[in-house]
Design a protein around this ligand. Structure first.
Ligand code: EPZ
Length: 429
């Protein structure tokens, strides 16, 4: 899919934020533990979510996604412990069913998550957790196989607060015998949402700073649960508003989740107004100023917003420095932004951005989901038309992206990628 984007006037209006992709994926995986059925609300209709639904269906679950984003799941017939290779290879979140299958069936055979463009993204911390809980794990070709008739609680220290490893271990710990404690766990809002879901289903999980304590229970019950709004989607529209010097309100958000982003927007001169479930930005000053950004685990600045801020800082006054500490290869947007006239130099995990007056439309390629979104945001403020190929990657993380941006004043046409264009493999997240 190719986006053709013409420069927009300043974006204006309000946009309702969808459910969080990165909360929906682990919660759907965790729903395999619930006896009978589960109803999830505010599920975003995205390809990654659809792939997760196909994956749990292949394991024996019944799952139906309604028009309003309600997903009903029935897990009575989950018998299959082998995760299908084709579906799992499509998205990184597939690996989150490892904890559920181990806990529910006592065994799992799961493909290694696909290669990735933003870093090596190993799974050692996930496996370390399962091994500490008694699982016997081996790698067989491209599959990880693990067995454990009954997981037992354990104390697990994570070298790094990995989001996925924290989620997988929490899920596995719910039905384990005894108590599991994860030290140096991730504390992203999506983790808290997963815990909220599991506790609503009868799990006994507490979170205290970076420690998560999971007291194993015999079973989890049927539950109905609503997913949190997507903080990265919200941050994307706020950044687009700032870049086009516009005036936009994101609705249906949890403003606390957006603090690392809104604090940076305030720093560079954007007016930010926060209400209970909305955040509004306005650029009274047309000139925005430089800042430095270091990506960190929550509540630090999110790595998923880094590329978007690279676009924004490309057209603000002064020289900004971005340091990416989470992923070792997450500057794939930089060469594309440079094609649009951005003045950015990278050295390892650091990018130095010299602000320029405006960017120019160019033919660019979306290298991954957030980098692609960053190119869209850059294009909205650029002079001339920008053509972004491989835009299907962007739609994996944004529900109704083109429609929502168009309602704010963007001018985007959608076409097919020409066959001559080399597309990036479908292996992100
Ligand atoms: C989740 O990925 C998100 N994906 C990512 O969002 C997000 O960028 C990331 O968390 C960080 O916030 C989903 O939730 C589906 P990690 P995850 O494990 O869980 C290293 C998006 O755009 N690590 O916290 O894969 C790893 O290599 C996506 O929506 C290990 O070393 O992230 C990385 O450097 C992209 N060993 C760091 O930890 C492990 O076993 C953070 O990874 C696991 C991770």
């Amino acid at each position: 899919m190719t986006y053709y984007i013409d420069p927009a006037e300043s974006l204006k209006g309000s946009v309702s934020i969808s459910g969080a992709k990165n909360a929906a994926l682990p919660i759907i995986a965790a729903s395999l533990l619930c006896d009978g059925g589960t109803t999830l609300e505010n599920i975003p209709k995205l390809s990654d979510v659809r792939n997760m639904i196909s994956l749990i269906r292949a394991l024996g679950a019944e799952a139906e996604l309604g028009d309003a984003g309600e997903l009903s799941i029935n897990t009575e017939n989950i018998r299959e412990s082998t995760v299908p290779y084709e579906t799992a290879g499509l998205f990184r979140g597939s690996f989150l069913v490892m904890g559920s299958l181990l806990a529910k069936l006592g065994k799992v055979k799961i493909p290694l998550p696909g290669g990735c463009r933003i870093g090596a993204r190993p799974i050692d911390l996930h496996l370390k957790g399962f091994a500490a809980m008694g699982a016997k794990i081996k790698q067989n070709g491209e599959y990880i196989e693990a067995k454990c008739p009954a997981l037992t609680g354990a104390k697990i220290y994570l070298d790094f607060p990995s989001v996925g490893a924290t989620e997988n271990i929490i899920i596995a710990g719910c039905l384990a015998e005894g108590t599991t404690i994860i030290e140096n766990a991730a504390t992203e809002p999506e983790i808290t949402d997963l815990i909220g879901f599991l506790n609503a289903a009868g799990a006994k999980i507490t979170q205290d700073n970076r420690a998560v304590t999971i007291k194993g229970v015999k079973s989890l019950k049927r539950v109905s649960y609503g997913i949190i709004p997507d903080r990265i989607e919200a941050g994307t529209y706020l950044t687009a508003a700032a870049l086009t010097r516009g005036e936009v309100t994101v609705k249906n958000v949890i403003p606390d989740h957006l603090k690392p982003v809104t604090a940076k927007l305030s720093d560079i001169g954007v007016d930010v107004a926060v209400k209970r479930t909305t955040v509004s930005v306005k650029c009274a000053e047309k000139k925005l100023c430089r800042t430095d950004i270091k990506t960190l685990p929550f509540p630090g600045f999110p790595t998923d917003m880094q590329a978007l801020f690279a676009s924004l800082l490309s057209v603000t006054d002064g020289t900004s420095i971005i340091t990416e500490t989470i992923f070792e290869n997450r500057f794939l947007h930089v060469p594309q932004l440079v094609r649009m006239g951005a003045k950015i130099k990278t050295d390892g995990r650091t990018a130095v951005i010299e602000g320029t007056k405006y960017l120019k439309g160019a033919r660019v390629n979306a290298p991954d989901l957030r980098a692609g979104a960053a190119l869209v945001v850059a294009a909205l403020g650029a002079k001339g038309t920008t053509e972004i190929t491989n835009a299907n990657l962007i739609e994996r993380g944004y529900e109704n992206f083109v429609a929502k941006l168009t309602a704010l004043g963007a001018k985007i046409e959608v076409g097919e990628d020409s066959s001559a264009i080399e597309t990036a493999p479908e292996i992100e997240k």
